[in-house]
Design a binder for this molecule. Structure first.
Ligand SMILES: [Zn+2]
Length: 117
């Protein structure tokens, strides 16, 4: 299996796990019903995590506008890519926007601005 994931999918997974973390934190808070201060602290942390995930979802929305829809040469399905190099959402085929990088080994470093490629 290739080690990298499509960026959009990775951020989406992160946002989803934040929601679950928030719910779990609030759930833990219920066990501290006798100590309202601790319960309220857990509840607030949970709310913060969920608000954070909403923010991440909004960020995905913004990023999605910058993605380039391409047809994957490997599996033929449509995918979105972000930055100079990214992976296919379906088969994890490395894709590049930069012709000079074509055929080279996939490297996430190519997305960094000051990479001397
Ligand atoms: Zn593909």
């Amino acid at each position: 299996m290739k080690p990298y994931k499509n960026k959009i999918n990775r951020i989406r997974t992160f946002a989803l796990s934040l929601i679950f973390i928030g719910i779990v934190i609030m759930y833990i808070g219920i066990y501290f019903r006798e100590q309202p201060l601790i319960m309220v602290t857990f509840m607030l942390l949970g709310v913060v995590a969920i608000i954070g995930s909403t923010g991440v979802y909004a960020w995905i929305g913004l990023l999605s506008m910058k993605t380039v829809p391409v047809e994957c040469p490997n599996c033929g399905r449509h995918t979105k890519m972000l930055g100079r190099v990214d992976m296919c959402m379906h088969c994890r085929e490395p894709l590049t926007m930069d012709p000079s990088l074509e055929g080279k080994e996939f490297d996430v470093q190519y997305n960094k601005k000051n990479s001397n490629v």
